[in-house]
Design a protein around this ligand. Sequence first.
Ligand code: F6P
Length: 341
Amino acid sequence: MRIGILTGGGDCPGLNAVIRAVVRAGISEYGDEVVGFRDGWRGVLDGDVVTLDVAATRGLLPRGGTVLGTSRTNPYAVDGGPERILACLDRLGIDALIPVGGEDTLGVANRLAAAGVRCVGVPKTIDNDLDATDYTFGFDTAVGVASEAIDRLHTTGDSHHRALVVEVMGRHAGWIALHAGMSGGATVVLVPERPFDVDAVVKHCQHRFDSGFSPIVVVSEGAVPADGHLTTATGQKDAFGHERLGGIGEALARVIEERTGRESRAVVLGHVQRGGTPTPFDRVLATRFGLAAVRAVHEGASGVMVALRGTDIVQVPLAEAIAQLKLVPLERYAEAEVFFG
Ligand code: F6P
């Protein structure tokens, strides 16, 4: 078969491990040819491809980012986009596509599968918000980066007797905040799923100061106060209509400083969480997803995504994976709350 692979949406540690697995398994196990489309759906629209052989994948396993490049191009928002994609796949003789991405990239894959393109998706996102899979690769790495940052911030915060507010990514899901905050022993963790009470946050910070230590507040970029104050909307949107988030950390630090009378600073971890080498967990998960995707293509599957269920890799309908975001259940948040203050 001639298989096309692309990586779309925000980059994520482990993307190169998927590319390597698809190429290695496709060529050595099935005698496939594999081509990579550059910059996500943009490359499929423009027919911008690179041939991927085993030599091209040497050294890829530990490398962060994606050697194919990525973009947030939405072909369904481009005039004649879907037709251009069908024509390109036909011209290049592509038998099957393996799109690696989150809800947006896989949403496009789902529509193309309905239009007759053989598509097997691979779930990726540091946000871990894709439904129908227990974990996406990249999440473990992002949590590791954020958790290490929190450890470091504890020592500098305590030395200066100041509060530190750590803003982490995750969009409308609080998984990164929850896991990094729990593993880093945060004073408070704030997630989008549970609008927060500013008074309670200030009280927890004061309690921490009173105990002789400095508070660390971990806030997800999508977290919002229950009373609607502290709006941080930028109004900027991407091609899939997602608003660019950010700024809640700074806004909260100002309030904590005003209300406790203690210096408070915000630290925005931003894209540091997405960069660099994947953890061993993410390398293995990404590799297993890549292997399973090639197998699925050869079994004739389409309109499906490979997914982790427990320790097994299974196939789920793409439609199921993108129907809704996987959010933090309130009972998981309650586990973190036990340690607040
Ligand atoms: O979806 C991954 C993610 O990193 C989100 O956590 C974040 O809101 C967004 O992408 C940032 O995207 P950009 O690369 O456009 O800054």
